[in-house]
Design a protein around this ligand. Structure first.
Ligand code: SF4
Length: 465
């Protein structure tokens, strides 16, 4: 299930709920990550203080984002980086394609990056006949399958090893196997050949340090390091919210991010790049600073904290909605709780009237978020806005809904009317089968509606006396 539309979240979710294999794969993976996370953070005594520190750093940076971005760009240029500013997705894709053309690059490799997913970079480069090969194992599997990622750190979380084995047999012609080590070995052999020939490497950025102009890329497979060192040109696409003020701030985020995401104490590889490295790495390093709606979010104080996200994925693993339906049902590059608040605010992304409602508001996401983003409050704010200015086709509410609310308002205009309403409701609910009718049927199909008490609540003290 891929390439779904955020506007049809309800239908997508219903279809996902019918897919038992998907739910089993999700349950297993999200439970495992939650367990590992709990173990990893249990060993950190000052976990809550760390979260608070990270929240404060992000809030401070976002409040002075223009200052820190300028400092980052100046310092990066001083170190030899070519910095580009991209207003939106189209501009970012144009810049990357132009750099590839200027340097006559035809063999492109790419490390995992949500920013490049957001701008649809692969499709844009494919139109110029330069589609990059994904080098993260999960992303490569997804690329082979012609799908989109369904998790921000585990792109193929929805795939079982049986499905991956079948895909490799079909696409690579290998003998049938479901052994993860054998499958990984086949992937490694294929990807090595691509690394050896690549002339342009594309990556994302986890953090950009304003003080030094350094970019940090975190990963576990070593593919990002090869992507950013073997080709002669490296382009890093960085959302403007990824900047942090000082090098020392990295310590806070490096303790939080891996523990929250995969339950690791540290990711296996941390690549800190300050300028190009012509002797043993790329001759040119380009950083594309991507806006795509982020300036608007920063200017909106009520929603600004959305940009504090460090893309750890913990809120997805903790979310009871995501655990049941996975990422594709959201129809958005960023799924789960973070997707429900971020995607509707980005340029050119749909789902403003559906995604903020894709939550039970249980607060599990807020509890696990390492930068303490109050996701439920942001969801409520977006819901409020969606109701205040619905899209044209939803401006007029259905007749029955309007009638229902009018009757409701009429009945609550005085105690007598309210008492009458309650009396009639109690009578109605005693009629056999009525609880299964109409919209009530959808509710009671999976829930028990208790029988109404004989006496209304406000008459009970009197009756007791
Ligand atoms: S919102 Fe918080 S928990 Fe979710 S991905 Fe971002 S940082 Fe992680």
């Amino acid at each position: 299930m891929t390439h779904l539309d955020a506007e049809h979240f309800d239908q997508n979710a219903r279809a996902a709920l019918q897919d038992a294999t998907l739910r089993q794969a999700l349950r297993r993976a999200t439970d495992l990550f939650a367990e590992r996370r709990a173990r990893a953070i249990g060993a950190v005594e000052d976990w809550e203080a760390l979260r608070e520190q990270a929240r404060a750093i992000k809030a401070h940076t976002l409040a002075r984002l223009d200052h820190y971005l300028t400092q980052f760009a100046d310092q990066a240029e001083r170190a030899g980086v070519k910095v580009h500013w991209a207003k939106d997705a189209a501009a970012a894709c144009r810049i990357v394609a132009q750099i590839a053309a200027d340097h006559d690059c035809h063999r492109l490799v790419k490390a995992k990056s949500m920013a490049t997913e957001e701008i649809g970079l692969n499709a844009a480069l494919a139109r110029a006949d330069k589609e990059p090969i994904e080098t993260d194992l999960g992303e490569w599997i997804i690329q082979l399958a012609g799908e989109t990622p369904s998790h921000i750190i585990v792109p193929a979380i929805h795939k079982t090893r049986q499905a991956i084995g079948a895909l490799f047999v079909d696409q690579l012609g290998i003998p049938p196997t479901t052994e993860p080590a054998v499958l990984a070995d086949h992937a490694r052999q294929r990807l090595r050949a691509h690394f050896a020939q690549a002339d342009l490497g594309i990556s994302g950025v986890n953090f950009g340090v304003a003080e030094t102009g350094t970019i940090l890329i975190l990963e576990n497979e070593g593919n990002a390091r090869m992507t950013t060192t073997l080709p002669r040109v490296h382009i890093a696409v960085m959302g403007i919210e990824k900047v942090i003020p000082r090098f020392a701030d990295l310590e806070v985020f490096l303790r939080l991010l891996p523990r929250s995401g995969t339950g690791q104490h540290l990711t296996t590889y941390q690549s800190l790049l300050t300028g190009p490295s012509p002797q043993d790495g790329p001759r040119e390093l380009h950083v594309v600073l991507l806006d795509n709606g982020r300036s608007r979010i920063v200017a909106d104080e009520a929603m600004r904290s959305t940009l504090a996200c460090i893309r750890c994925g913990a809120c997805l693993n903790a979310c009871p909605v995501y655990q049941q339906i996975g990422g594709h049902a959201y129809g958005s590059v960023y799924p789960g709780p973070i997707g429900a608040i971020l995607s509707p605010q980005l340029d050119g992304h749909a789902g403003a009237t559906t995604l903020p409602f894709a939550s039970s508001l249980c607060g599990a996401c807020k509890d696990v978020c390492p930068v303490k983003i109050d996701i439920p409050s942001l969801l409520l704010e977006l819901r409020h806005r969606a109701v205040l200015s619905p899209p044209p086709h939803q401006r007029r509410r259905p007749f029955l809904e309007r009638l229902g609310f009018r009757l409701w308002a009429f009945c609550h205009r005085g105690p007598r009317r309210q008492a009458l309403l309650m009396f009639l409701t109690r009578l109605l609910l005693r009629v056999p089968g009525v609880r299964r009718l109409g919209p009530a049927g959808a509710w009671t199909a999976t829930r028990e509606l208790p029988a109404p008490p004989r006496l209304p609540f406000r008459r009970r003290p009197e009756a007791r006396r």
